[in-house]
Design a protein. Structure first.
Length: 380
């Protein structure tokens, strides 16, 4: 299929209207007290197998095995002959998360009064990754975003739409970039075992269809959130705390050799790492620092709770409170704007660096993303 023109063709319908409210993304406006963010609670999990099939269980959860401090893992190994890459041209939107909701709906609304059993009991349903993009927006200077919102039975569903720039980048990646995207998954293979009694198998195939996702519930100010995020592995100690506190996020990053590189790492990379793991309450990130040839030269653990102190000496650095307040104000804007409750109406919020967040409204368009089976299920 031709993926271009996905935004242009909307205007042919002549049905989209442009909204009047907008949101400024300047940092100074969000530098106030930290909003209430409740400790995230895991309400379930699911797995996607090597064929990207959904299972309502933790079969894909792996166990962290601490490597040497200087392990010399070769991240290039297997790229040519032991790598099965997920087709990232296939847009899954919220589908897997909605399948989880369908299978676990009774658990979710069991805390609500009996007559409101059709109500999910949350304001927003989305992927953790979409929230990460919102948190980092006041500091983002390169990549904009498009978020489609549908209000359905009192809940706002938020699903990302690929921007034209992101699509261009995806279709024009260099061979070097393609290979470097593999390195992160290879690092996972070197540090994760399939069960408590086994060790990592670096000779196996890396298949990026496989995933384990946690589903968490929490509240940001007056916004009740239900979201899911992919989790790399859990602490291998059986006495580790319950999820999400036992989860470990794995990352690779270029080794730091100069003060300038250290400063950039603090200012840009730690912002993304902090936002991604803070949201679901994952307490630590294990980072493999690699050289130009993809060899991991050192491994370091970062505690999410310590990151804000680590960065305080950087001039003009990011602040967690700005991230959280911006996200909170964006969600308030969504509630004010997306008032029509209909599975086929999409409010498309868009943002480009140095601009305000704006939106347009689309009825029965290509942007509609709630699948029929989900709409039917929730209407029962
Ligand atoms: O259709 C979409 N627009 C998206 C779908 C965008 C993002 C995610 N997804 C889905 C996929 O089903 C995936 O399994 O969500 C799942 C992961 O969601 P997430 O945790 O909310 O995503 P994010 O926090 O951005 O990424 C977590 C990990 C990444 O690890 P690193 O260490 O690089 O942050 O999920 C992987 C990646 O390994 N990942 C993806 N996997 C499948 N599809 C995607 C993606 N689009 N993006 C990141
Ligand atoms: Ca990771």
């Amino acid at each position: 299929p031709n993926h271009y023109h996905q935004h242009q063709s909307v205007s042919h319908h002549g049905q989209n209207t442009v909204g009047s409210q907008s949101l400024c993304t300047r940092r100074e406006l969000y530098d106030r007290g930290f909003p209430v963010y409740k400790q995230p609670v895991e309400v379930g999990c699911f797995s996607l197998d090597s064929h990207r099939r959904f299972f309502n269980d933790s079969r894909q959860l792996r166990f962290y095995v601490e490597p040497d401090r200087s392990p010399n893992f070769n991240l290039r190994d297997g790229y040519k002959d032991r790598f099965l890459k997920r087709d990232d041209g296939v847009k899954e939107r919220l589908d897997h998360l909605l399948r989880w909701i369908k299978a676990n709906r009774s658990k979710l609304s069991s805390r609500l009064p009996a007559d409101s059993s059709r109500d999910l009991g949350v304001d927003f349903v989305t992927w953790r990754g979409h929230l990460t993009k919102l948190l980092t927006t006041p500091y983002e200077t390169k990549e904009g975003w498009l978020l489609a919102v549908t209000r359905f039975r009192g809940t706002w569903y938020i699903s990302e739409v690929e921007t034209e720039a992101a699509q261009r980048e995806r279709m024009n990646r260099t061979e070097r970039h393609e290979e470097m995207m593999y390195w992160g998954y290879k690092f996972e293979q070197y540090t994760c075992a399939d069960n408590l009694h086994s060790l990592p198998d670096s000779g196996g195939v890396v298949n990026t269809n496989e995933a384990f996702c946690t589903v968490v519930q929490t509240r940001l100010a007056d916004h009740r959130l239900l979201f899911s995020g992919e989790v790399d592995c859990r602490d291998g100690d059986p006495k580790a705390p319950p999820p999400p506190a036992c989860y470990v996020e794995l990352k690779t990053s270029a080794e730091i050799c100069t003060p300038k590189q250290r400063s950039n790492f603090h200012r840009f990379k730690l912002l993304k790492w902090w936002a991604q793991s803070f949201l679901p309450g994952v307490p630590r990130v294990v980072a493999g620092f690699r050289d130009q040839d993809g060899v991991v030269v050192s491994v370091e653990t970062f505690l999410i709770s310590k990151i804000s102190q680590l960065i305080k000496n950087e001039y003009n650095c990011w602040k967690p409170t700005v991230c959280m307040n911006f996200c909170c104000d964006f969600l308030s804007l969504v509630k004010r704007v997306a008032t029509e409750d209909s599975h086929s109406v999409v409010y498309l919020f868009s943002w480009e660096p140095r601009r305000d967040v704006t939106y347009s409204v689309h009825r029965d368009s290509q942007y509609s993303f709630l699948p029929h089976w989900f709409v039917e299920e929730m209407t029962k």
